[in-house]
Each structure stands twice: as structure tokens, then as C-alpha cells.
Design a protein around this ligand. Structure first.
Ligand code: FAD
Length: 849
């Protein structure tokens, strides 16, 4: 066995084998894989082998499509059969809501180049002759679905990787992982120790235990899953013959079952509501290629649905029942990427559909490890989307919820209840009394909107406009004509202090870092010049503040997306480490424990200290034309436009609350944000409420904020701004200062500017009928799909249904025709017009005066 390697992959299931293969394809060949027993000896060997390209998240769908397309090439290069059968698959809808979902999936598939087709029930019955039509209202046909041989696929990856130079050690258990002081890792096995630069946790059923070897508690849990295979069914022989021997796959969402042909009979699997987690505290290391005891009683309701929807099952003998465990993350998507604070520690686990997703996961991991960028949009799979709130009991609640809802409709405005409320801000009860309808992000509850008093604070789930529509319109109106108050604790706040902090921030941000007392909007780029963050940086002088003065003359608070707090924390910590090692700065990071990483990073020489402030700093924001009067009534500071300008930030004593007050608002109106210690938030809230009363101040939530940002065409992180766009594509040109000196991504950004952006972010107005665009809808022009929507909704103040989305540069600018566009909303192409300036306050006068 080797004693050193560039990469050690731990785990020889389908995911580990794919990561190994893709690393070799990317040119890294000093790579080894350790497998405790035989390849596939986790959940892979008993998988049903189904593969689908359809997924509610188009980025996951893209990965799945890549995986399915890879198999042919993999068979050729490895010489090992993957047992691929592309039978096609019918997704059956039992309700109009489900049909809406399928229409949405179908439309989204268009810009990914997917070739799905909406079909009638009788067309579905031609493909699946044993279904009872009356239970269904329509279907989606996906010609690319089918099934593969899980063992064949794993061995094919392994063979191709070996041919390219990788080594695979079977019966080699990695029982410990030790961090060395020179940034390498020792992976310890009974056969010896391998020192490596990177290791990848592909431990599948044991990924949680592998994580614990490095002090990491990964949010994954295994669930029991059952499928059965019937005896041979002579009745389906003609169908099998007509379809080349393998029939056609089907997913019956209403019945919560999937089925396909298997060995002359039928296979039937289900995601039952009464689901059961497996090995909740620890996966036994002596669990081998075993199955669990079947429990048909538990899946009886699904079997009853199957007997009704597909009566052929009622009299079929059962040949075999498989009950096996496989792992899930709280939202059902994979967990991939680098672990924050632990250089060289990577994970690719929680992959619940390894045969559909394994290839794409392997490719993204290999890109990421070899170039620093996953190469496509993996936001929904990035391990950094989870933070410290994901304790094992939270994970259990969420995984069980996700499993039991696997075939349920996910509505775009739906907030799932498990594991909530968890973190709440100090004013939660005040907002609850005001009839808040709650959402949750990154573990924190936040108000979506405020239901009228006396009515139940519940939002109907729908693909159309909900009961929130009229109330949100009132919140917007009250804010735009008077003043509104919103809770903003959910924003991320990253604090940098110390004498080296400014130099560090100048290096990681693309805009100038502002002088004391000012704020600046700034994108953050990776080395490929792609957009990995959009922030507001506030520079606060510590000269007047004895508590901060020890940390240097300035303190910087970097405000960003709350959902991306962990994602950005990971980047900041990794760049602090680079700064130390290159001598640009001398921050010491030390190995922290990943998801539970040490919250403070203090430099060895005290030059840069970094700390995410999370919920300890609470936020409130007021906005609207009367906002200044409200603030003025609480302070003796001159807050006139000349003295407290747009993007000014300063400390104020507001009725005994020492607040950081920032003149900025995402509503696009005159507005102020207030940042205070969490323990003072309630006092400030009550002061503001009282001061706002004479002006008719109204509480508003995220829905109204979203509506107002659409008035202005403001983009937001995770929709318009993601790592697959350049800042030029995202129209952040004025915030990128190529001439300010070196910063991360500068060269690549200069090159992409010189080449000219291929696409540009645009604002569209759509003629809709009761349903607005939400995100991921295709944009058509002259009968062709030319782009996609990143977010959409109703701009109440402007009385327009709007969407932001990316269009090819040739169609994106004022010089080209603004009409002739269409956006496909719930399967119907709606006329759309490109707007070349915002609908509200295009000159920005409201914001600045
Ligand atoms: C009943 C059932 C049906 C399924 N049907 C489908 C389906 O139709 N389609 C689909 O796509 N997916 C299906 N799945 C899910 C699929 O099995 C998983 O997505 C997939 O197996 C995950 O692969 P993996 O490589 O991540 O994990 P695993 O297969 O669990 O592999 C992990 C490997 O790592 C090894 N390992 C762990 N720790 C160590 C260590 N410390 N040292 C050395 N080796 C270690 C283990 O021995 C194991 O071989 C099904 C699952 C079940 C249970």
C-alpha cells in the first residue's frame, strides 16, 4: 500500500468510485480509494438501480442528466457493462396541482435541453397498459429515465479509474484521520497510514462516522427503504416484448410508488409516510452487505394504492422484498464540497439517488478539487448550506419529513414544519402577536408577511397567487406611502477587525472598501472571476469606541445573504489561511471542527480577526418616505439628508440602545437599518413601533421586500447572483474596480470583460393570469428558448408581474427590441417585455434624498 497520495477517497460505493474516476479524468492520478470491505458494500449493492433526469431543482436535474449520459461512454472506456436500460419513464399526476408541478418541471427542462413531453392519461396508458386511467389526470413522459446495474456502474468507474493510474485498496478500513501541522492528513488503516493532501469522505452509510473522526457532525441520517419484486407475470409478456424486454418505468405520485419491470415480473418501491430511520446514533462498522427485516405492514397503505391504481399487483405473488438503508441530508439533496476551516477535507455523501446523481457529483467534486470551482451550479448541494443548528435531532426530524414527502408536491410558497421553530429572535413573540406568518432560513424564523388580525396566520400553498397577495399589497403600499418596519436579523454579518483587516478585505472584495463611516456594495469573486458573493461592507471607526479600539482603528461589518453565511465563512477562512501562508497577512486559522467550527479566527500577530456574528447581532429596518421622521424622533443626531447621507453608517444612542445605524434599504426607498446586540432588539423594536405610530408605520415581511425589490429590479443572492455568473453578466459592472490593485478574480474578470459577457441579467414585465413567474421558467424569443428566469413575482407598487432572468447579450440591451419575449408560466407562454429601467424610482432619488 502507498504511504502517500495526493487524494484518498474513503468509500467504494457508487459515489466514491465516481469521485475517483472523475479525479483521474481531471488529470489527478496520484489518487487512492479505501474500501472497508468489497466495492458496493454499503447501500449501493441493494439499490433498485432506477435513474431519472427529473428533479424539482434544475441544477440537480442537470447533474442527473450528465450521469445518465455518462454511462455509455463509461462502458466503452472501462469495458465493464453498466447494465443500462433506457426504458423511458412516465410520471403520473393524480391532481391538477401535481399537473402544475409537472408543467413546471417540463418547462424548466427546456433550457437544460431536456426532451420531456406532457401526455394525456390515455397516452400514458399506452405506455403502461396495466394502469387504471380514472386515477390520473395527466402525465409527463421522460424518454431518458430507466435503470442500471448498481454494481456494474461502480465497477466500471473503478476499472476506468485504475486504468488511468488510481489505486483501490479493498478490505481496508480507514479507522482514524489525523490532521498534521503541515496541512496534510494521515488516513490511518489496519494496513498502514497514508499521508495525503486531500481526503474525500464518500463513506455513504458511514459518512457520519467518518466525519466524526475529524470532529464533524454531518447532517445525514439513514432511512430504511423497501421495494418488492413480484413473481413472473405472464400478463405483461406482450408489453415486455413490445418494449424490447424491459417495459417502461412509472412514478405514481398520488400512490407514492414507483414501478418498473424486473425479471419477467414487476418491481414496486415506495416512500412510506410511516417511515423509519436506521441506526440513528451510530452505524455499526460490522454491518456488511446485509438487508434489514422487511415490514410489509408499514407499506400497507402504499400497497393498497398500488392494488387500486395497478390492479395487476393485487394477485401477484411476491418473489422478493428488499429492505435496505440509505442516507439523506435534511433537504434530500447531496452534501458535497470542502469543509469550512479544514483545508483538504472534502465530503460527497448524503447522495440519496447515487445511480442518477453519482456521476454529476463526481464531476463537480473533481472540478472543485482540481480547479477550485465546481464548474456548474451546486448551490443546492453544497455542504455549506447547513450550519451549526443541524444537530442530530434536527437532522432526524427533517430527514423523516423529507423521506415521507418524497412524492408529495412541493409548492413554491410552502414552509415545511419539522424542526421548527428553532432559532428565534428576541422579538419573535411581538411579531407572533402581530399575526406573523413564519418562514425559516439557516435555522432562524423570520416573518414572511403579517396576516390581518383575527384571521389565521397561515398561507395557502399553491402555484398561483395565495391568500398572502392582498395583504402583502397593503404592506407594500403602507411602506411606499409612509413607513414600514421589518426584522432583518436573518442577514449574515461577518465581522473583521485588526490592523490587517482593510488589506485583507481589499484583497477578497472586488470594490473599494469604504472609508470610516461609509458603506459600499461589493461583489466577491473566486479565482475564476465568478460571482461568489454580494455584500454591503460597513466601515466603522473605532476611535470613539474604547471596546473596539484595541482591535485597530477600524471595524468592518460585511452584510450578506443569511442563507450563505456558512458558504461565505468557508471562503473567508480559507483566504485568511492563504494570506497567512503567503505572508500577505498573518492570520492564524487553526483547524476548526467544520460545521461546528470555532467562531473566531484571530491572527497570530493580531493582524486580522474574523467572526461571523450570526444571531448575536440583531437587525431591524425601517423604510419609506416617513422613515427619516421616525429616526429623527429617536435621536439628537442630525439625520438630515446632508448630514446622514445614503450609505452613511454611524453609531447612535436611540433611547438608551447603542445602535449601528446604516442608511440603506433593499426596498429601494429611503430607509435605515439598525444593528444592535440581540438583548437590546426588543427595546429598540418597541421604541421604533411607538415612534412610527403617528406615521401609520406597518410591519412587513419578506414577501413585501421581494415585491419591492422587483419594483427596482434588484438582484439577490442565490437567485440572480450565483457562482455560475460573472459580475458583468449580473450587471455589477459599477461595483467591480479593476483598477484598484490586485484582488482575487481580477485577472479572470478582466478577461471575461474583454471577451464580452455572453448573457446579461434583465428585468421583464410579464402579462400573466393569476400566476406569476417564480424562478427557472424558460424565456422565449421568436419561438426559441433563449434564457431563464432567476426569480419572479408581483411588484405590487408598480402593479406589474415581473421577473429577473438571464438573456443572451444580443437580446439584453436597450439597443435591441424590448418586445417579442415570452415567459412560460405553468406551461403557458405569456407575452413579456424587457424593461430597461426599473419601474420604481429609476433615478434613485427616493433612495438618495
Ligand atoms: C432499497 C434501496 C433502493 C434504492 N434504489 C435506488 C435507485 O433505484 N436509484 C438510485 O439512484 N438509488 C437508489 N438507492 C440509493 C442508493 O443505494 C444510494 O444513493 C447509493 O448507494 C449511495 O452510494 P454511496 O457510495 O454514497 O454510499 P454506499 O453505497 O453506502 O458506499 C459507502 C462505502 O464506503 C465504505 N466505507 C465507509 N466508511 C469507510 C471507512 N472508514 N473505510 C473504508 N471504507 C468505508 C463502505 O463499506 C461502503 O462500501 C436505493 C437504496 C436502497 C436502500
Amino acid at each position: 500500500m502507498k504511504s502517500t497520495a495526493q487524494v484518498v477517497v474513503i468509500g467504494g460505493g457508487v459515489v466514491g468510485a465516481s469521485v475517483l474516476y472523475h479525479l483521474t479524468q481531471a488529470g489527478w492520478t496520484d489518487v487512492v480509494l479505501l474500501e472497508r470491505r468489497e466495492l458496493t458494500a454499503g447501500s449501493t449493492w441493494h439499490a433498485a438501480g432506477g435513474m431519472h433526469t427529473i428533479n424539482g431543482d434544475p441544477n440537480v436535474a442537470a447533474l442527473q442528466r450528465y450521469t445518465v449520459q455518462l454511462y455509455e461512454e463509461l462502458e466503452k472506456s472501462s469495458g465493464v457493462s453498466c447494465g443500462v436500460h433506457l426504458t423511458g419513464e412516465v410520471m403520473l399526476a393524480d391532481s391538477e396541482d401535481r399537473m402544475d408541478w409537472l408543467r413546471m418541471v417540463h418547462a424548466r427542462g427546456r433550457y437544460l435541453g431536456m426532451d420531456t413531453e406532457l401526455i394525456s392519461v390515455s397516452e400514458a396508458a399506452q405506455k403502461i397498459p396495466f394502469l387504471v386511467e380514472e386515477h390520473f389526470v395527466g402525465a409527463l413522459w421522460d424518454p431518458v429515465g430507466g435503470h442500471v446495474d448498481p454494481s456494474g456502474v461502480t465497477h466500471a468507474y473503478a476499472a476506468a479509474a485504475r486504468m488511468a493510474g488510481a489505486e483501490i485498496y479493498r478490505n481496508t478500513w480507514a479507522y482514524d484521520i489525523v490532521a498534521n501541522s503541515d496541512d496534510t492528513w494521515d488516513v490511518v488503516t489496519e494496513e498502514g497510514t497514508i499521508t495525503c493532501e486531500h481526503f474525500v469522505n464518500c463513506g455513504g452509510l458511514w459518512a457520519r462516522e467518518v466525519g466524526r473522526m475529524c470532529g464533524l457532525e454531518l447532517p445525514i441520517l439513514a432511512m430504511e427503504h423497501q421495494y418488492l419484486v413480484t413473481e413472473q407475470l405472464p400478463e405483461i409478456a406482450p408489453w415486455l416484448e413490445a418494449t424490447g424486454g424491459y417495459g417502461v418505468g412509472a412514478i405514481d405520485f398520488g400512490g407514492e410508488i414507483y414501478t418498473r419491470a424486473e425479471a419477467g415480473g414487476l418491481l414496486l418501491g415506495t416512500y412510506e409516510k410511516a417511515c423509519v430511520p436506521w441506526s440513528t446514533t451510530e452505524t455499526p462498522w460490522d454491518f456488511g452487505s446485509q438487508l434489514l427485516t422487511p415490514d410489509l405492514e408499514r407499506i400497507a397503505p402504499s400497497l393498497a394504492a398500488a392494488f387500486e391504481h395497478f390492479p395487476i399487483f393485487a394477485d401477484a405473488g411476491i418473489r422478493n422484498v428488499v429492505n435496505g438503508p440509505f442516507t439523506f441530508a435534511p433537504d434530500g439533496n447531496p452534501l458535497i464540497g470542502p469543509i469550512r476551516g479544514q483545508r483538504g477535507h472534502w465530503v460527497a455523501c448524503g447522495v440519496m439517488a447515487g445511480l442518477s446523481q453519482g456521476g454529476g457529483v463526481g464531476l463537480a467534486m473533481a472540478n472543485w478539487m482540481t480547479t477550485g470551482d465546481p464548474g456548474f451550479d451546486v448551490w443546492g448541494m453544497d455542504v455549506a448550506r447547513f450550519g451549526d443548528w443541524t444537530t442530530p435531532s434536527y437532522t432526524k426530524a427533517k430527514v423523516m419529513e423529507n423521506y415521507s414527502r418524497r412524492f408529495s408536491i412541493s409548492f413554491p410558497n410552502e414552509e415545511l414544519p419539522a424542526g421548527r421553530p428553532l432559532h428565534t429572535s428576541a422579538i419573535h413573540d411581538d411579531l407572533d402577536s402581530a399575526n406573523a406568518v413564519w418562514g425559516s432560513s439557516y435555522g432562524l424564523e423570520y416573518p414572511l408577511w403579517f396576516q390581518r388580525l383575527g384571521a389565521e396566520p397561515v398561507e395557502e400553498v399553491t402555484f398561483h397567487r395565495s391568500n398572502a397577495f392582498d395583504v402583502v399589497a397593503d404592506e407594500v403600499h403602507a411602506t411606499r406611502t409612509g413607513v414600514g418596519l421589518m426584522e432583518t436579523t436573518g442577514f449574515a454579518k461577518h465581522e473583521f477587525t485588526g490592523p490587517g483587516a482593510r488589506v485583507f478585505l481589499e484583497r477578497v472584495m472586488a470594490n473599494h472598501i469604504p472609508e470610516s463611516g461609509r458603506m459600499a456594495l461589493t461583489p466577491m469573486l473566486n479565482h475564476q472571476g465568478m460571482l461568489i458573493g454580494d455584500f454591503t461592507v460597513a466601515t466603522i471607526s473605532t476611535a470613539t469606541d474604547a471596546t473596539d479600539a484595541a482591535d485597530g482603528p477600524e471595524r468592518f461589518v460585511v452584510f450578506g445573504s443569511g442563507a450563505a453565511e456558512g458558504y461565505h465563512e468557508r471562503w473567508f477562512r480559507s483566504q485568511l489561511r492563504v494570506a497567512r501562508s503567503t505572508g500577505v497577512e498573518s492570520p492564524s486559522e487553526g483547524r476548526s471542527s467544520g460545521l461546528e467550527s470555532a467562531r473566531e479566527d484571530r491572527s497570530a500577530g493580531g493582524r486580522v480577526s474574523y467572526r461571523p456574528l450570526s444571531h448575536e447581532m440583531a437587525g431591524l429596518s425601517i423604510s419609506g418616505p416617513a422613515a427619516r421622521d421616525v429616526l429623527a424622533s429617536l435621536t439628537t443626531v442630525d439625520v438630515s439628508n446632508d448630514s446622514f447621507r445614503f450609505l452613511d453608517v454611524r453609531r447612535m444612542d436611540l433611547g438608551m440602545v447603542p445602535a449601528l445605524v446604516a442608511r440603506i434599504s433593499f426596498t429601494g426607498d429611503l430607509g435605515y437599518e439598525f444593528w444592535v446586540p440581540a438583548s437590546l432588539q426588543q427595546r429598540l423594536f418597541r421604541l421604533l413601533t411607538e415612534a412610527g405610530e403617528p406615521h401609520g408605520m406597518r410591519l412587513f415581511g419578506l414577501r413585501a421586500l421581494d415585491s419591492m425589490r422587483l419594483d427596482k429590479g434588484f438582484g439577490a443572492w442565490a437567485s440572480e447572483y450565483r457562482s455560475v455568473y460573472t459580475p458583468w453578466e449580473a450587471r455589477m459592472d459599477r461595483f467591480v474596480k479593476l483598477d484598484k490593485g490586485d484582488f482575487i478574480g481580477r485577472e479572470a474578470a478582466a478577461a471575461s470583460l474583454a471577451a464580452g459577457p455572453e448573457r446579461r441579467l434583465c428585468l421583464l414585465r410579464i402579462d400573466v393570469d393569476g400566476a406569476d413567474a417564480l424562478g427557472d421558467e424558460p424565456i422565449w424569443h421568436d419561438g426559441e428558448v433563449v434564457g431563464w428566469v432567476t426569480s419572479g413575482g408581483y411588484a405590487h407598487w408598480s402593479e406589474a408581474s415581473c421577473a429577473l432572468g438571464y438573456l443572451p447579450s444580443t437580446l439584453a440591451d436597450a439597443a435591441t427590441r424590448s418586445g417579442g419575449f415570452e415567459v412560460e408560466v405553468l406551461g403557458v407562454r405569456r407575452a413579456a417585455t424587457r424593461l430597461d429601467e426599473p419601474l420604481f424610482d429609476p433615478s434613485g432619488a427616493r433612495l438618495r434624498s
